[in-house]
Design a protein. Structure first.
Length: 448
């Protein structure tokens, strides 16, 4: 405890770090305040049906990412997710389209162009997503709209407000990255997730303490122990790497020898981050929607019942299989062994005992294939943990923190932020956050 307070004192003594943390807290407060500002013309007391819709399934995930703004019909209801969707599309285009591949190789200017295209695509997505959200809002909570406001006027004005709200959130994230601490977009997502934690924790505690016949306090303590173990497993998954040694040949320039040092390529056990889970959840949501559309509503099929229940074995087996498949696909798309081998050869580097060129690419591909299998299995296990928690009668909102996208994002963002704070401390000759070892983040990879 003494070490902890000493570290806090050291952080406060570093003016630059202190200002970064205060700026981050200020922007976070603005974001959370906006999450409770309801769209003009909406009565928040008539949003019961919308809150029920966002209590489970994919809608609950969207509501969690927005910090409850989705169910509040807030000006920030769509959150940062349209930008995340646009970023994913641009990443895939950068692999498949030569024009975007060229921009990626142009350095800082190329990065600015890609960011600009991402913003344009975000606005395009918002122009479709915002009306969809408003139509759903009218269907579920039509009485929430003030009678004096026409639907057409409300649709147009609210679409503009929702789009502006999402772009403002993106601006806040960029300001956090520039002026604050941590990755701004990842921090925004984490704030939305962690904002739901106190309420979910309180509901679970009350539920367990009121149900003495089901174990009561003992079961609640067991849940906390399991949650702690899952968090430790997620930290191990996030930080796990396989280092490939690279020897750089000596070169002579201006009469001086340069190079010759041995370095390492850290191939991450968890290179795909949470993308496989996001893709798998989207795929699992589509067949449920289609089956519900063609079902008579009275005699739903057995397939519909199985796929609609996120705690069923059928749902989780298909979900886990999709995560494993998408882990391999996404890693293959984003990490090109041939390109890595060419870059290594161009810089006079080689893997000891492996010939440059095709043999190096095959070696890197083989190493990646070996580490992807346990990584994908581990990722699938953590993704299915909320379902296992549900089988133990854990409240749905609290069960979300036992695994899946929310837990991995929380762990990753916290590690990255702590790593930046520790770097500031060590740079100014203060002790780090831990007495032994260094905090390792995800190498600058964003949560999404």
């Amino acid at each position: 405890m003494k070490k902890f307070f000493a570290t806090l004192k050291n952080i406060w003594m570093i003016e630059d770090l202190r200002m970064k943390i205060l700026i981050t807290i200020g922007f976070a407060a603005i974001y959370r305040f906006g999450s409770f500002v309801v769209l003009p013309g909406i009565n928040p007391n008539h949003l019961v049906a919308l809150r029920e819709q966002t209590s489970e399934g994919l809608m609950s995930l969207l509501n969690m990412f927005s910090g409850g703004a989705f169910s509040n019909a807030s000006i920030f209801a769509l959150g940062i997710m349209p930008y995340i969707t646009a970023s994913i599309v641009i990443q895939l285009l950068a692999v498949a389209v030569p024009y975007f591949q060229k921009m990626q190789r142009e350095g800082e200017s190329g990065r600015r162009k890609i960011n600009q295209y991402t913003r344009y695509l975000t606005i395009f997505i918002l122009l479709f997503q915002a009306p969809g959200y408003l139509v759903n809002l009218k269907h579920l909570s039509g009485g929430a709209l003030a009678p004096s406001i026409g639907w057409t006027v409300f649709m147009i004005s609210s679409t503009v407000i929702l789009a502006a709200g999402s772009m403002f959130i993106l601006w806040l994230g960029e300001r956090i990255t520039d002026k604050g601490i941590g990755n701004g977009v990842s921090m925004i997502i984490m704030l939305g997730i962690i904002a739901r934690l106190p309420q979910a924790f309180g509901q679970e505690a009350v539920s367990r303490l009121n149900n003495l016949s089901g174990g009561g306090l003992v079961m609640f303590l067991i849940e906390l122990v399991i949650l702690f173990l899952v968090i430790m497993a997620a930290i191990m998954l996030t930080q796990g790497t396989r280092k490939v040694p690279v020897q750089y040949a000596k070169r002579v320039m201006g009469g001086q020898q340069i190079g010759g040092a041995r370095q390492y390529i850290p191939l991450k056990l968890f290179a795909a981050n949470v993308m496989p889970i996001i893709f798998a959840q989207a795929i699992m949501f589509l067949p449920i929607t289609l089956l519900q559309a063609f079902s008579d509503g009275q005699n739903p099929s057995a397939v519909l019942m199985a796929l609609s229940d996120h705690t069923s074995w059928a749902y989780n087996l298909v979900f886990a299989a999709l995560i494993i498949i998408f882990t391999y696909l996404y890693t293959a798309i984003t990490m090109n062994p041939v390109q890595m081998a060419e870059d290594m050869k161009r810089n006079n580097g080689f893997i000891p005992g492996v010939r440059p060129g095709k043999d190096t690419a095959d070696y890197i591909d083989n190493v990646m294939s070996h580490i992807m299998l346990p990584g994908s299995l581990f990722l699938a296990f953590i993704a299915c943990m909320p379902a296992f928690a549900g089988l133990l009668n854990v409240q749905p909102e609290f069960a979300q923190f036992f695994g899946g996208t929310s837990l991995l994002i929380l762990v990753g963002v916290v590690l990255d932020t702590l790593q930046q704070i520790e770097s500031h401390l060590l740079m100014r000759h203060y002790d780090g956050l831990l007495e032994s070892g260094r905090i390792r983040g995800r190498g600058g990879v964003s949560a999404y």
